[in-house]
Design a protein around this ligand. Structure first.
Ligand code: KG4
Ligand code: ZN
Length: 388
């Protein structure tokens, strides 16, 4: 079985094709990502309509490239006309019509199902991926699976590499997942595949958002998370002492729940930078280290509490911020101390990709979940993991 995954929820246009013989191992025929970061950088963040336009421009060329990589690209001897119904799907997506014709020049590729992110994320960006997926599903007459982006992050994290690709391991439930990204900070209790309960979440900013805002205060370009982390690592390696930089708050670290708050730390960094005036390179490194220490301490404390409360034997961390070296190391130590199995994603699978969408669809197929009728699939910006 071959599954094409499509991801356009934020600022990466991503496609992936996996091949499975029905078991839990699969190979990756292609996994392509086109980042819009350089475009959004100029604005200091992601704007939904710009993201949508860029996805619309990128999807067809990226699909052709992905099919070529997967050896599934075969040109037709005579091109066919698009079914009339496709034009309805493209009413909202004029940029897609311009390029979609080149897909009509291809033989139907040997793909058995399509999976597309239907939320959470930026709705205009989600819609363009969904309409593209619906058009392909109609053209090639294959089933379509809507996939929750956060569920994708969970399962991207558990993959184990093997000679031919990856294996999806069987792990013990209940499992606990910490999802940390640019839009999310949440703790999820996983009773079994498909049964999720959010047991903690941020009350204001997501942790990735806080990293990005602190980066901006330090004069670093969007998305600044990795750059803040690099400065923090330098400060630690150098044993930097900088008395100008005060301790930051650890918001909600002692609260008797599993919620988070990151806007206070960000504001504290703002006041600190205003008070310090011109920041030297040393100041920036010291602030980055103090910020990373503060958020990591909060994460560890809440994860510890969540592990105690849920008695989970499996701990999964996922989402863009799980690429952070310092946080990864601390999460691993926490799990080692408690004898809990930790799943930490390969770094390129931490941030947004479409492999996570294809594999979540594969898991659905393996668990007997049926595809959804195309006309019922819509973008849901705030789609919760609990929703079916
Ligand atoms: O999951 P993701 O790619 O997109 C969303 O769904 O939000 O996460 C992107 C976020 C950005 O805020 C980015 O700054 C952050 O993940 N990020 C990091 C690191 N790598 C990415 N934050 C801290 N340290 C990193 N190494
Ligand atoms: Zn994400």
């Amino acid at each position: 079985m071959r599954i094409l995954g499509i991801e356009t929820s934020c600022d990466e246009t991503a496609l992936s094709i996996i091949e499975s013989d029905g078991g839990s191992s699969f190979s990756v025929l292609a996994n392509t990502v086109l980042s819009q970061i350089d475009i959004h950088k100029e604005y200091g963040g992601v704007f939904p309509l710009i993201a949508k336009r860029e996805h619309a421009k990128a999807l067809t060329p990226l699909l052709l490239e992905t099919l070529q990589k997967a050896n599934l690209y075969v040109e037709k001897s005579s091109p066919s006309l698009a079914p009339q119904s496709l034009s309805n799907l493209f009413v909202q997506e004029p940029e897609l019509i311009e390029t979609f014709d080149s897909i009509l020049l291809l033989e139907k590729p040997a793909i058995d199902a399509i999976a597309v992110t239907n939320g959470p994320g930026l709705e205009p960006a989600l819609w363009v991926g969904i309409n593209f997926a619906k058009a392909l599903a109609e053209l090639w007459n294959v089933p379509l699976y809507p996939i929750n982006h956060m569920e994708g992050h969970i399962f991207a994290s558990v993959l184990e590499k093997n000679a031919a690709g990856y294996t999806i391991p069987t792990f013990s439930f209940p499992a606990l997942a910490l999802l940390i990204s640019g839009g999310h900070t949440e703790l999820v209790h996983i009773e079994k595949f498909g049964a999720y309960t959010k047991i903690g979440e941020t009350r204001d900013d997501a942790i990735g958002e806080a990293f990005d805002k602190v980066a901006r205060l330090l004069g670093l370009a969007y998305p600044g998370g990795p750059k803040v982390s690099k400065l923090a690592a330098e400060a630690r390696a150098e044993g930097l002492i900088n008395a100008r930089v005060e301790k930051l708050p650890r918001p909600m670290i002692h609260s008797q729940d599993l919620d988070f708050s990151f806007s206070g730390i960000k504001t504290a960094v703002l006041y600190m930078t205003q008070k310090l005036g011109d920041l030297s390179a040393e100041d920036k490194k010291a602030i980055a280290r103090e910020f990373e220490d503060a958020v990591t301490e909060v994460l560890i404390s809440k994860c510890k509490r969540a592990l105690e409360e849920t008695h989970a034997q499996t701990f999964i961390i996922g989402g863009g911020v799980s690429a952070n070296t310092y946080i990864r190391a601390h999460m691993q130590t926490l799990c080692d101390e408690r004898g809990v199995k930790a799943y930490i994603p390969e770094r390129h699978l931490s941030t947004d990709n479409a492999l996570m969408i294809s594999i979540t669809a594969l898991l659905k197929v393996m668990h007997g979940v049926l595809p959804t009728q195309r006309e019922h699939i819509r973008a849901q910006g705030r789609l919760a993991l609990e929703e079916k």
